[in-house]
Design a binder for this molecule. Structure first.
Ligand code: UGA
Length: 432
């Protein structure tokens, strides 16, 4: 099939590359000519394991191209996939201006029947609104499809090529057949729904996963007080097939460009129809508080006096295997420490540049590796569970710290790892 993907962010780029890998001819489009130049010279503007190699292979096979020419790409394609960003507005609602602009450009470029697919996460009813916009600008026929995306950063290619399910929201049998055909090689679990339900499935899925995380984080907080171990509790719960083991890892709360944005957006969507989504509001509130767990532990250790201490921070990305720092808990934690007179030393294997771009370079001592970061610090906080940190020799780590205090925000270390050391060790929801 001939496919144009509009927007080369995470979702657009990975989907484009994966559709090409399935044997389709794909043109990825972005307004940002700098991005297109990077992609056309064999680079990848994001950090995603395996993406560069897959992109190169498909470019070499002449199945994948990158361009800023949206009208040209639309004219050559039968399926147009919209994957532009829908970042949050200050009130939490999704900003639809980029997707509306792209829809209008598509309408103006159309030269025959097209299937117009929305992969961006959009509030319920948006597909219909976009269809109306397009219909007013073109005489050509088209069908609309909502195709929500469920890939995770860091495992985006595996998630795209071996998805748990594909959701196709559609109101035309012709478009439904074409979309099923396109996705058949990926999975047998293809669910065809109406358009509004597909839009809702995306928000409901992310909100449910966020709920699981906030739930286990609250259980962890109680475990700390009653002397239970949340990892054992989660394992014991997870064997119940109705609960399942996934997304029950306690930590410092969820971050990233999706859960924080989509939970807030769903609260807004509900609010617009006069529904107070109380449960989800609590999920968001719990998540916000969980970030400060690390700080509360530091305050306890230092008797409430943070001023003048040196604290090392391992990990800035919102999770490992990505350079994404959007809504990363590290942003707020480091901000709080700096504002309270703490000297912060920090390191992340790949996300340091992105973190500095958001946070600024000032106020933090940026370090080249894990041990250099810990050197001379009064306490060490592990915020992202990169393998590099789990592999550090703890005896060596203890020898470079000023005080052997380790706050493990991701429960990376086990009791036996600490044998033979004098660490004062705090984790999340486990006996210290
Ligand atoms: C999430 C969803 O998992 C994807 O299905 C969805 O497509 C994507 O959002 C999106 O809407 O685009 P992602 O944000 O890449 O994917 O990351 P996750 O791996 O789901 O992790 C999100 C956050 O939850 C991270 O901060 C992670 O540390 C945290 N988390 C995850 C926990 O604290 N505990 C867990 O058990 C699992």
């Amino acid at each position: 099939m001939n496919i144009a993907v509009i927007g080369t962010g995470y979702v657009g780029l990975v989907s484009g590359v994966c559709f090409a890998e399935l044997g389709n001819r794909v043109i990825c489009v972005d307004k940002d000519t700098r991005k297109i130049d990077i992609l056309n010279s064999g680079g990848i503007p994001i950090y995603e394991p395996g993406l560069k190699e897959l992109s190169e292979a498909n470019r070499a096979a002449d199945r994948l191209a990158f361009t800023s020419d949206l009208p040209g790409a639309v004219r050559q394609s039968d399926i147009i996939i919209l994957a532009v960003g829908t970042p949050p507005l200050p009130n939490g609602e999704a900003n639809l201006s980029y997707i509306e602009e792209a829809a209008l450009e598509i309408a103006e470029a159309m030269n025959g029947y097209k299937i117009i697919v929305v992969k961006s996460t959009v509030p319920v009813g948006t597909n219909e609104r976009l269809s109306d916009l397009i219909r007013r600008r073109t005489k050509h026929l088209f069908d609309s499809v909502s195709l929500p995306e469920f890939l995770r950063e860091g495992s985006a290619i595996k998630d795209s090529l071996q998805p748990d399910r594909i959701i196709i929201g559609v109101d035309s049998p012709l478009a439904a057949d074409t979309m099923v055909e396109l996705h058949k090689p990926l999975t047998e679990q293809i669910v065809v729904t109406d358009i509004r339900s597909a839009e809702m499935i995306k928000y409901a899925s992310n909100a449910f996963l966020a709920t699981k995380i906030s739930f286990i984080n609250e259980i962890a907080n109680i475990c700390e007080k009653v002397g239970a171990d949340v990892t054992q509790v989660a394992e014991g719960m997870g064997y119940d097939k109705r609960i399942g083991p996934a997304y029950l890892k306690a930590g410092i709360g969820y971050g990233g460009s999706c859960f924080p944005k989509d939970t807030r957006a769903l609260i807004q969507i509900a609010g617009h129809v006069d529904y107070d989504f109380k449960l989800l509001r609590s999920v968001v509130e719990v998540n916000q508080g969980q970030r400060f767990n690390v700080i509360r532990k530091l305050e306890t250790i230092f008797g409430g006096e943070l001023q003048g201490r040196t604290v090392a921070v391992w990990g800035l990305a919102f999770k490992p295997n990505t350079d994404d720092v959007r809504d990363s808990p590290a942003l707020e934690i480091i901000q709080f420490l700096v504002e309270n007179g703490v000297k912060v030393k920090a390191h992340d294997p790949v996300a340091m540049g992105n973190f500095q771009a958001l946070f600024g370079k000032e106020g933090v001592e940026w370090c080249n590796d894990a041990l250099e970061t810990a050197q001379g610090a009064d306490a060490l906080c592990l915020l992202t569970e990169w393998e590099e940190f789990a592999d550090v020799d703890l005896k060596q780590l203890q020898s470079v710290l000023n005080r052997p205090i380790l706050i493990d925000g991701r429960n990376v270390f086990e009791e036996e790892d600490l044998l033979g050391t004098n660490f004062v060790y705090y984790s999340v929801g486990r006996p210290s």
